[in-house]
Design a protein around this ligand. Structure first.
Ligand code: ATP
Ligand code: MG
Length: 338
């Protein structure tokens, strides 16, 4: 690799791109605002997300990825076209002049791989590599991924939860569940609707989630102000909901995390088990910021639980670093156009 290399993480909630100088060059929501009448993308990223649930009928705000994978190919292509424009404004280079390394979720199917490949090749990309996202996350989290020891990473995103055991530059075992933070937002909105007869958007539900704790009894006195629409009167309404109301929804989220972590730990080779007990697991991804999560996980699996230094960025940072370690990494491959 001699040219400029960039590492790309196309997440369900956020796209992050790092240059090989370990510099973040793009980090924005995976969202676009689209005018259905004019068939035109109006905004992407933060600007588009700002518009969610505030636009007239012909303008829709879309998240083209769901559960960690592309749900809407055409909109993802249009989004990535705009992203390329932003990246080249910063770097002075087009995608076709760069080496691109793109993170994939563990267990991505051939169809999912092809979808991302097709999008990038249609944007003129000449040099493309895929790396397993959780291998990238261990690198970006600063773990000794190249050593023959157990590095366990738990990535809790918006669309999926993945856990991998990385040793000697490759993934030994991994597990993924395609339900994560977004699902918790939906569950929160559902509860408010069913129990309080108030309709709230997913943006509002997400903001409620940010104020919660894994164990709401620890914040029992806390109540959360929620704005929505009263389903009985049809008028806007503000309600106060005790944080403890959401414990069941949080428990579902925690149960999902635990099942993914457990299935990775259970399939680890016994030679690495002692190692895991000593070095523990590292949390990354925005979902790991739910308050109390590392203490809760520690209480469940009884091994040390660490937080990655920059949970939103571990995957993109590691992906951008991979170009320097090509000969030491297992789960990275060069991709050619179909
Ligand atoms: N303080 C917080 N508490 C709980 N969740 C949070 C917090 N801050 C962010 N999140 C959640 O983190 C998620 C976004 O994290 P991230 O950017 O790592 O996801 P992603 O990489 O886009 O998704 P995926 O990897 O699943 O495709 C969202 O669900 C968001 O609500
Ligand atoms: Mg992610």
């Amino acid at each position: 690799m001699g040219k400029v290399t960039i590492g790309i993480d196309i997440g369900t909630a956020n796209i992050s791109i790092y240059s090989d100088m370990e510099k973040m060059i793009f980090h924005e929501p995976t969202v676009l605002a689209y005018d259905t009448k004019k068939d035109k993308v109006l905004e992407i990223g933060h600007e588009a997300k700002e518009l969610a649930e505030k636009t007239p009928g012909s303008i829709v705000v879309l998240s083209p990825l769901q559960g960690g994978i592309i749900a809407d190919f055409d909109m993802t292509l249009r989004l990535m076209k705009k992203v390329e424009g932003r990246v080249s404004a910063v770097t002075g280079k087009r995608f076709k002049q760069m080496d691109l390394i793109v993170a994939l979720l563990p267990g991505a199917t051939n169809i999912e791989r092809q979808a991302i490949g097709d999008i990038l090749f249609s944007l003129g990309v000449k040099s493309l590599y895929f790396i397993e996202g959780s291998l990238a996350a261990t690198m970006g989290a600063g773990l000794p991924f190249e050593k023959p020891i157990a590095n366990v990473i738990v990535d809790i995103g918006a669309g999926k939860i993945s856990t991998s055991l990385v040793s000697y530059g490759g993934i030994v075992t991994s597990a993924t569940l395609r339900k994560s933070g977004d699902e918790l937002d939906r569950d929160i909105a559902q509860l408010v609707r069913n129990k309080y007869n108030v309709l709230i958007g997913l943006e509002t539900a997400e903001q409620v989630k940010w104020q919660l704790h894994c164990d709401t009894s620890l914040v029992a006195e806390k109540s959360i102000e929620i704005e929505g629409r009263d389903l009985v009167t049809g008028f806007p309404i503000t309600i106060e909901v005790p944080a403890t109301e959401f414990q069941e929804e949080i428990d579902e989220f925690l149960k999902r995390i635990l099942s993914v972590v457990q299935s990775t730990l259970e399939t680890s080779p016994p030679e690495l088990s002692g190692n895991i007990r000593a070095s523990g697991v590292t949390l990354t991804g925005g979902g790991s910021l739910l308050e109390g999560l590392s203490d809760w996980l520690h209480s469940q699996i009884m091994v040390p639980v660490h937080m990655a230094p920059a949970p939103f960025e571990s995957v993109a940072l590691g992906t951008s670093m991979a170009g320097e370690h090509l000969d030491r990494l297992i789960n990275i491959e060069k991709v050619t156009a179909r």
